[in-house]
Every structure is written in structure tokens, then in C-alpha cells.
Design a protein around this ligand. Structure first.
Ligand code: PEP
Ligand code: MG
Length: 538
């Protein structure tokens, strides 16, 4: 038995096969091509995609490293135009009868060897470029930058996971996350909480391929995982699992009870979700609404924008499932740690301070308008509200409200039925806190994103786990900000809620309610435990 220690950030005992997530593993088979024309078309499409990727990379390199370095990438783009390379691939597909990935890989190996054998030093050095380019094309053709296919109930072991990686996995097979890096508010952590599975971050486990498929056990509360646990450890974990289950059963008594403090204050206890797939967790845990639907998850893990229709269906599904309970859809909050290549956003020195959240929607009204149309159309099927993330200025809210009003009237003119749709904003920048009294006049509600607010208030990157001891959501500066937000909302007569991780932190539940927050939105799994705590306040 081997044991590895990290920091447990979501409780639970889990057993499963170790799944070591390593980048770009692929196997190129030499099975005969059934349809040479189809294989050739695939190759041409891959070239186009490679050119897009290289163009983005070139711009990034130029900005970050300068023109000379960018030229290295440009050389690869020129190689993409090389007819000799195309001829070689075409020959291997049509004459050799092979598929596109095999042909590309073979042609790459051949050309790289040819360049390497040249006398001219400059040409010799191009061998690396050819190999690199052929590798890129092959990966595009195989569609496997990373192996994310789970075949059995698994414990995911990785350096860290991007939201798009977790999105591509079969959630029903994930039993726990064990991450070498990660932080409390990283998206793997958030996902673990929504799914209510054990999660260990900053774990000292190596990414050893030999572990793959071996039995792992995870103790989320203790932050320890075991590779092939011995009998005594296993028995101990099973006992803990039994106790967890008993506690869960006990909390079921909270189902159906109102969320009201012992001294009579009503709190709306909502859930945070990332997709319509999370609805069963919400209903199971008797949440009173959706306080944060992170709509950007609809945009991640894919290579083109979700259409209006696709988004409409997702929002409609959630609205219908929740009936008359409120569903607050947060408009697209992409950027920073949530990246989608097809947005073709420039690389930035400080992504957390860059073009993200509402700023993208303001810069790219086409994207925003499509989403707003989908939200408004879905509003006919339930009780939908929406909120804008990362607001820093009053004009941004006025601007977005105007776009929303225009979209709404256009839909009405087109004959669509539209529900009421309250509009709110997330308060997650210090600027929004300072302007809260002015902002409150523009909207129906506030929802505080304490994850980002803490990051921006304390000037601490929420993704940087080396700063964990400094990232303190209970910092008096943050608590004073929260007080100011609640006061501004109360003075203007609008509702104020919290949807960041702090909403589930029972150490401050009473403080938050005393400040005047009337809505707490948490991962579904925390709902009943929080209801219990709230009902004892007074
Ligand atoms: C937050 O910042 O607290 C929040 C709820 O949004 P996200 O974690 O998605 O940035
Ligand atoms: Mg945020």
C-alpha cells in the first residue's frame, strides 16, 4: 500500500481505478483507408485547423517574445503550404491505401529525416519544425490532445484539470479527483462540490503511468489517497463511508422544511450549477432555486460557439425542471482560467485582469445577443432571471441593460412570448462594491461572487496555490465589503445574495444573514446541511 497526502477540499470516501491524466497520448494505427477521398478531405481540414492554431500562436509569440521568435512559427505556416508535403501525404493515402493520421505521420517522419540530412545548417534545423508541424496535424486528425475516456469508475489523478477537460469526461464514472496543484476555488474544486465527490488538491502523488487501473481509495476529509489500500485501511474507510452515509440520511430530515432562522428570518437557499445535467443533484437536495447557472460551461469543451437554439434548449430544460422556482442564469463568464480556443482571444499577460466576463460580451455583442435571445426565449418556460458577471462600472450595466431591452423588444416583435426576467449583477470587483449604491439603482438584485471578490480585494490570484495562506475569504477587508454591499442593497430595496464558495461556509452563515443577505447559493450537496445550520440561528 502507498499513501499520498494532500489537502482535502471535499469530503467523502471513494474507491475506483486510478486514471492518470497525461497530455497527448495517442496511437496511430495503419489500418487500411476505406474511403481515400474522405481521408484526403480530413487532411485538408486538419491543415486549415493547424493554420488557425499557428496563427493564434504566432500572434501570442509576437506579443510575448517578439518578432524573431514569431518567425519560427511563421516557418511552420509556410510549410503548411508546401506542395511536396501534400503530395507525399496524398501518395500514402491513395497509393499506399492508408488513413490520414498515418499518412501525415509518415510524411512528417520522412521530411524531417530529409531536412536533418541536409548540409546547410539552416535547413538541417528545419527538421524540428517539420516534425512539430506533422505532430500538430496528427493530433488534430486524431482529435486527442489528451485521453479523457473513462472506462470504469475512476479516481482522476492529474496535475490539474481545465474546465474543458472535465467537461469532456463521463461524469458518471468519476469517483474522486486527486490533483497535484489546484486551489479551493479552482474549477475542479467547484465541480467536485457540485458532484459531491471527494477531492484532494496539492497532493504529492506522482503521475506514474504504472498506477493506471490500480485500485485507489480516497479519503476526502483527511486529504489522503491510497494505492491498493491494505485490509485494515480499507475496513477503516468503509466504516467512515458508512458513517457519512448515516449523516446524509439524517440530513434528509431537512427536506421539505422551510429555510428560516429560529428567530424568523427567511433565507432563499439556492443551488449553483454548470449544466442541465446538474439538475438531478439540485432536486435531490431540495434547493429552492438556481442562484448561479454558470452558462459558460455550455461554451467550453467544444470547438465552435453553441447556437441560439442549442442554448435555448439548455435553458429551457433547466427552467422547466425547476417549475416556478427561480433560475438565475449568469451570462457568459469566459476568460481567465476558462478558455475556449475558438473565441480566438489574444493571449494576455494578466488574464484575470483581462478581457473576461462581461467585457467580452460588451466587445463582442454578436455573442452576447445570441445568448440573450436564448435566455429570453427560454423565459416563457419557467421563472428565469439573469445576471452579468465581472461588473466594474455603472455604464457597463446600463449598456448591457440596453442591449437586453433591445433583444427583448426584437423578440416580442417576432412574436415570442417572454417571461418577466429580473436582471441582476454579480458583485465581484472592489469597484462594484464602492459603487454599490449607484449600481443598485440599475438592477433587480445583487449576487456576490466571493471567489473573485476575495481575489481582487486582496490582490491574490485565486488559482495560485502557493498563495493559499494569504487567500483569506474571511479577511476583514472582504467582510467589510460584504457589509457594504448588503447595506447598499437594503437601502435601495433590492435583494442581495451570495453565490461564491463563502455561501456554504457555515462559520459565517449567521454573520451573512445578520448583514442582510437573503439568498445563499451553494453546491447542491451542501443545501440540506446549510438549511440545518440556518434553522438553528437565532
Ligand atoms: C465567484 O467569483 O465567486 C463566482 C461565483 O464566480 P466564479 O467562481 O465562476 O468565477
Ligand atoms: Mg467569479
Amino acid at each position: 500500500m502507498k499513501a499520498y497526502q494532500g489537502r482535502g477540499i471535499n469530503n467523502g470516501i471513494a474507491f475506483g481505478a486510478a486514471f492518470i491524466l497525461k497530455k497527448a497520448q495517442h496511437h496511430i494505427d495503419d489500418a487500411p483507408a476505406q474511403n481515400p477521398d474522405g481521408e484526403w478531405a480530413r487532411f485538408l481540414a486538419a491543415k486549415k485547423e493547424a493554420d488557425n492554431q499557428l496563427e493564434a500562436l504566432m500572434e501570442k509569440t509576437q506579443r510575448e517574445l517578439g518578432q524573431d521568435e514569431a518567425m519560427i512559427i511563421d516557418v511552420q505556416r509556410m510549410m503548411l503550404l508546401d506542395e511536396d508535403f501534400d503530395d507525399a501525404v496524398r501518395g500514402i493515402i491513395y497509393d499506399g491505401g492508408h488513413r490520414a493520421p498515418y499518412a501525415t505521420n509518415q510524411a512528417g517522419t520522412h521530411f524531417a529525416a530529409m531536412f536533418a540530412a541536409m548540409d546547410d545548417d539552416y535547413m538541417k534545423a528545419r527538421a524540428v519544425d517539420v516534425a512539430d508541424l506533422a505532430g500538430r496535424l496528427t493530433q488534430i486528425l486524431l482529435g486527442v490532445s489528451t485521453n479523457l475516456h473513462l472506462t470504469a469508475p475512476s479516481i482522476i489523478i492529474a496535475e490539474d484539470l481545465t474546465p474543458s477537460e472535465t467537461l469532456q469526461m463521463d461524469k458518471s464514472k468519476i469517483r474522486a479527483f486527486v490533483i497535484q496543484q489546484g486551489s479551493d476555488t479552482s474549477h475542479t474544486a467547484i465541480l467536485a462540490r457540485i458532484m459531491n465527490i471527494a477531492c484532494i488538491i496539492q497532493c504529492d502523488i506522482p503521475l506514474d503511468e504504472a498506477f493506471s487501473g490500480q485500485e485507489m481509495a480516497v479519503d476526502g476529509a483527511a486529504g489522503i489517497c491510497y494505492l491498493v489500500a491494505d485490509d485494515a485501511t480499507r475496513a477503516n474507510l468503509l466504516e467512515k463511508q458508512k458513517n457519512d452515509e448515516a449523516n446524509k440520511q439524517q440530513l434528509l430530515e431537512m427536506k421539505g422544511l422551510p429555510t428560516i432562522t429560529a428567530d424568523g428570518r427567511t433565507v432563499r437557499l439556492y443551488s449553483n450549477i454548470g449544466s442541465p445535467d446538474d439538475i438531478p443533484y439540485v432536486l435531490e437536495n431540495d434547493a429552492e432555486g438556481i442562484g448561479l447557472f454558470r452558462s459558460e460551461f455550455l461554451y467550453l469543451g467544444r470547438d465552435s460557439f453553441p447556437s441560439e437554439e442549442e442554448q435555448f434548449e439548455a435553458y429551457q430544460k433547466v427552467a422547466q425542471a425547476m417549475g416556478d422556482k427561480q433560475v438565475i442564469i449568469r451570462t457568459l463568464d469566459i476568460g481567465a482560467d476558462k478558455q475556449a480556443d475558438y473565441f480566438k482571444l489574444d493571449a494576455e499577460e494578466n488574464p484575470a485582469l483581462g478581457l473576461r466576463g462581461i467585457r467580452i460580451c460588451i466587445e463582442r455583442p454578436d455573442i452576447f445577443t445570441t445568448q440573450l435571445r436564448a435566455i429570453y426565449r427560454a423565459s416563457a418556460f419557467g421563472n428565469i432571471a439573469m445576471m452579468f458577471p465581472m461588473i466594474a462600472s455603472v455604464w457597463e450595466v446600463q449598456h448591457c441593460n440596453q442591449i437586453a431591452a433591445d433583444v427583448r423588444s426584437q423578440l416580442v416583435n417576432e412574436g415570442h412570448t417572454i417571461g418577466k426576467v429580473e436582471i441582476g449583477i454579480m458583485i465581484e470587483t472592489p469597484s462594484a462594491v464602492m459603487m454599490a449604491d449607484e449600481l443598485a439603482k440599475e438592477v433587480d438584485f445583487f449576487s456576490v461572487g466571493t471567489n473573485d471578490l476575495t481575489q481582487y480585494a486582496l490582490a491574490i490570484d485565486r488559482q495560485n496555490n502557493k498563495l493559499d495562506r494569504f487567500y483569506n475569504p474571511h479577511h476583514p477587508a472582504v467582510m467589510r465589503m460584504l457589509g457594504a454591499i448588503a447595506t447598499a442593497a437594503r437601502n435601495t430595496g433590492i435583494s442581495a445574495g451570495i453565490c461564491g464558495e463563502m455561501a456554504a461556509d457555515t462559520k459565517v452563515t449567521k454573520t451573512l444573514i445578520d448583514m442582510g443577505f437573503d439568498k445563499l447559493s451553494v453546491s447542491p450537496a451542501y443545501t440540506l446541511a446549510l438549511r440545518k445550520v440556518i434553522r438553528e440561528i437565532g
